[in-house]
Design a protein around this ligand. Structure first.
Ligand SMILES: Cc1cc2nc3c(=O)[nH]c(=O)nc-3n(C[C@H](O)[C@H](O)[C@H](O)COP(=O)(O)OP(=O)(O)OC[C@H]3O[C@@H](n4cnc5c(N)ncnc54)[C@H](O)[C@@H]3O)c2cc1C
Length: 469
């Protein structure tokens, strides 16, 4: 359990820097304290110290790169950072990376949950081994850009006996890779009743509910109407995630439900609700094909705008009620409250504004990558789509850039002002794919108009040497 080891190291670091505890845990609990005793002991120690944390690095220590987030962008960066040049501290509310493109398959058991989650310590072993590198299970709650310091709060969800506490970390370089959050457009009840397919625990919840409803609908005493409700899976949002999940569900119904729950197979139904076109970013012909295939697989496509979400039904703007047993919400992403709280210039759409080197230009030593960042309007570049292929390549690019800066002597806080950052980041779209069930998928390899224009502008600007990754 790397997070526990780091948690104990963090607490030890706090106690070293501030007031050391007068009694060691072994003296209190005997030679073999339990995990629960250790957690309680160290959380009490940390709480007794005001503003514990990691101080600025000193001359004999490596510069410290602090990475916020353990998603596609953050993990790619962490993997490639040269740990001889830097210490890495990753702060994230989850101790693993999620391979999101395969998440939908875990909801129906096509894949196991462990197949889509990779622990941070495996992605970058130095985090578990190096004395100055850590993973902290926490949320960053604020950044003091002037003093090169972040504020964090521990995540203790599900552990009632431990109250979260705050701590601070000084950084030499800060990389914000905290992603985005699901958009609900303020629709009443969506947060309370819908499941968002973004994390492994969401997929677990969908699977649990699906199986529970299948079991319940087979029990005597359930009316036909209630059976239909329990076994109605409604997906809101016809983007790639909503479509892929609907395809997985229809496969599950065709294969597993027909065989293993044949008493109720005629009651189960998948409905995909979309306000506009499904798969709107794909070519028209591919979209037409997807609609045909999904309909053939038994997915009911409904064009409508959801105005209200209740515990057992959604209501559309034309007052149509759609009862459901499982409701999955996937209507795109937007900036998180953390990103909104940062007082830096923003890109269109509210993302953190960055320049071509992925820096936040108004402050020193801070970068933003992945879904949380977007090019500032002044760069004349479009905000890139919220995609793993963007996030991953930005992480790779920035690791290389930071390694170069570190080797050139610019690793410490405020030390990179006169260092040449080299070629800017250039995004080259490789195409889009969406599976639609029954072993079928759409692949769109068109270079979008946006990206054609992008290349033309780069040529005009004479950026032939720009790095394409
Ligand atoms: C189901 C699904 C399928 C997808 N399929 C594809 C696909 O096929 N192809 C594709 O290109 N893209 C796909 N995407 C999109 C892709 O997953 C995202 O674009 C990508 O995850 C963005 O990476 P990121 O690192 O910016 O954010 P994320 O991967 O979301 O990671 C953000 C990290 O930041 C952490 N965090 C959040 N707040 C804080 C905080 N305050 N402090 C510290 N840490 C914080 C989070 O816990 C998380 O670890 C899919 C997304 C989903 C949900």
């Amino acid at each position: 359990m790397p997070w526990l080891r780091n948690f104990v190291q963090l607490s030890a670091a706090f106690t070293k820097q501030r007031s050391p505890p007068t009694r060691k845990p072994a003296a209190i609990f005997g030679t073999r304290p339990s995990i629960a005793q250790l957690l309680q002991h160290y959380s009490a120690v940390a709480r007794n110290n005001k503003d514990p944390g990691l101080d600025p690095t000193k001359g004999d220590e490596k510069p410290r790169v602090v990475v916020l987030g353990s998603g596609w962008a953050g993990c790619r960066l962490i993997k490639d950072i040269d740990t001889k040049t830097y210490d890495i501290v990753c702060v994230s509310p989850r101790n693993h990376m999620v391979f999101t493109p395969l998440l939908a398959s875990t909801c129906v058991g096509t894949l196991e949950f462990r197949s889509v989650a990779e622990p941070i310590g495996r992605i970058q072993p130095a985090i578990s081994r190096e004395p100055g590198s850590y993973f902290f299970l926490a949320n960053c709650t604020g950044v003091d850009f002037q003093n090169h310091q972040i504020k964090c709060q521990t995540v203790t969800e599900g552990v009632d006996t431990i109250k979260p506490w705050n701590f601070k970390i000084a950084y030499d370089k800060l990389v914000i890779a905290s992603g985005a959050q699901a958009l609900t457009f303020g629709i009443k009840g969506a947060n309370e009743h819908a499941i968002f397919l973004r994390e492994v625990h969401h997929a677990q919840e969908i699977r649990r509910k699906l199986l529970l409803n299948l079991m319940l609908s087979d029990v005597p005493g359930v009316s036909d109407e209630e059976k239909r409700r329990l076994l109605h899976c409604v997906v809101v949002g016809g983007g790639p995630t909503g479509v892929e999940f609907s395809g997985e569900l229809s496969d599950f119904i065709k294969k597993d439900v027909s065989q293993r729950y044949s008493h109720v197979k005629d009651y189960i139904q998948v409905t995909l609700v979309e306000a506009n076109e499904i798969l709107s970013s794909f070519d028209d012909r591919l979209r037409t094909y997807a609609i045909k295939q999904l309909t053939k697989s038994g997915v009911r496509l409904v064009r409508g705008i959801v105005k209200d979400v209740q515990s057992e039904k959604i209501v559309l703007s034309d007052d149509t009620d759609i009862p459901y047993g499982v409701l999955v919400w996937s209507t795109g992403v937007g900036p998180s409250p953390f990103v909104n709280s940062l007082e830096v210039p923003k890109a269109p759409g509210g993302r953190i504004g960055i320049d071509e080197w992925l820096r936040i230009p108004s402050v020193q030593d801070v970068f933003a990558i992945g879904d949380c960042g977007g090019f500032l309007e002044s760069t004349n570049k479009p905000v890139l789509p919220a995609l793993a292929q963007v996030a991953e390549r930005q992480g790779k690019y920035l690791a290389k850039l930071l390694n170069q800066v570190g080797k050139a002597g610019g690793g410490r806080a405020d030390a990179a002002k006169d260092i040449d950052f080299g070629s800017p980041f250039v995004y080259n779209h490789l195409g889009s794919m969406a599976t639609i069930g029954r072993y079928k998928a759409l692949v769109d390899l068109r270079a979008s108009n946006m990206l054609k224009e992008y290349r033309w502008r780069d040529l005009r600007a004479g950026l032939f040497g720009a790095q394409r990754i």
